[in-house]
Ligand binder design. Structure first.
Ligand code: NAD
Ligand code: TYD
Length: 332
């Protein structure tokens, strides 16, 4: 199978590249990635020599770059995005451009290329906050921050290309991912980085917000299931069934690292903070997928991986010095 993966040098992308190359002998994987602060060729170090992998450095908003990279694709997996909520709160332009306009360029190009399937990776955040119960795919979209709103636009744009032009777009809405190579602006790797340095951990608000944690390996299997069995025009939640408050997650990180809870600092909340995400995963379960990695074991393993890759953490953080200084100024 010939894949085009956008965002393949980022967290989920680099894990999916490895998963495809290691599990499918005949996989040919083209990656299109702009290598923003979050994308890093070093994330693909151990597979860059594999002649089944072709790397295209380019922007998904650039029609020519997209046409080159997509020319041979049978399966498009669209992961490239500006993915951090906090950055989108500081300024939403990059998220609007890449997440919405970039998706439009990809969809338009796909009309000419006619891949067998276009997997449009959205997010659980398109539904907005879920104070109780869980959202099925029928729930209204109610994104509440600029990142989520741009992703919701891209989610429905993919659907519109299915309805209008018959493009075989399958949409996924995954829960919060964790695992190796996550850029350390997100909760888990950022707090591991800071705890390793004995620096305070800035917990927004009361820390009782709930996330459902999906291990990136389970997510990779889910994406392959959807590429093979997803019905065009349909959206699928990817739920993990691992709901945890931020404080519970943070205490597990501290415990694994042998660091004291006195590192926790309650700081000013994120504006518009979604206090809970929760998905009903029955529709994807009916296609035969279920999460396999237990939350505590997967989280401890991830913390150990991050601690063993301290240089990678330090170098990743160094690429965004200005962002961290601005966003956390007055918080820690
Ligand atoms: P990431 O930030 O780690 O990686 C994003 C990648 O996209 C980077 O390699 C970056 O260089 C690339 N990129 C950004 N803008 C680009 C552009 N204009 N052109 C080409 N490449 C560009 O993100 P991630 O966590 O791996 O997320 C991947 C996808 O999964 C995103 O679409 C995100 O919205 C979605 N998602 C992520 C999570 C999560 O918890 N990480 C949960 C649900 C959905
Ligand atoms: P994050 O990793 O940014 O993912 P998302 O907002 O997309 O779910 O944040 C996960 C949770 O952790 C979220 O409730 C916000 C919280 N958080 C903090 O309390 N402090 C921090 O410094 C960060 C980055 C996140």
């Amino acid at each position: 199978m010939r894949y085009l993966m956008t965002g393949g040098a980022g967290f989920i992308g680099c894990n999916l590249v490895r998963y495809l190359l290691w599990t499918q002998v005949s996989a040919q994987v083209a990656v299109l990635d702009k290598l923003t602060y979050a994308g890093n060729l070093a994330n693909l170090d151990d597979v860059l020599d594999d002649n089944r992998l072709t790397f295209f450095e380019g922007d998904i908003c650039d029609r020519e770059a997209v046409a080159d990279a997509m020319a041979e694709a049978e399966v498009v997996v669209h992961l490239a995005a500006e993915t951090h909520v906090d950055r989108s709160i500081m300024g939403g332009e990059a998220a609007a451009r890449t997440n919405f306009m970039g998706t439009q360029v990809l969809l338009e190009t796909a009309r000419a290329v006619q891949p067998r399937v276009f997997l449009n990776v959205a997010t659980d955040e398109v539904y907005g906050c879920c104070p109780q119960g869980e959202f099925s795919e029928e729930a209204p979209l109610n994104p509440r921050n600029p990142y989520a709103a741009a992703k919701a636009g891209a989610d429905r744009l993919g659907y519109a290309y299915y309805v209008t032009y018959g493009l075989p777009v399958v949409t996924s809405r995954p829960a919060n991912n964790y695992g190796p190579y996550q850029y350390p602006e997100k909760l888990v790797p950022f707090f591991v980085y800071r705890a390793l340095r004995d620096e305070p951990l800035p917990v927004y608000g009361d820390g009782l917000q709930v996330r459902d944690w999906l291990h990136v390996e389970d997510h990779c299997r889910a994406m392959v299931t959807l590429a093979e069995k997803g019905v065009p025009g349909e959206a699928y939640n990817i739920a993990a069934g691992n709901e945890s408050t931020n404080l519970t997650t943070i205490r597990l990180i501290l415990d694994e690292l042998g660091k004291p809870e006195s590192l926790i600092r309650y700081v000013e909340d994120r504006p518009g903070h979604d206090v809970r995400y929760a998905l009903n995963g029955a529709k994807l379960a009916a296609l035969g997928w279920k999460p396999e990695i237990l939350w505590e074991e997967g989280m401890r393993r991830t913390v150990r991986w991050l601690a063993a890759h301290r240089d990678w953490l330090e170098q990743s953080i160094a690429r965004s010095k200005e962002y961290f200084e601005q966003w956390y100024a007055g918080r820690v």
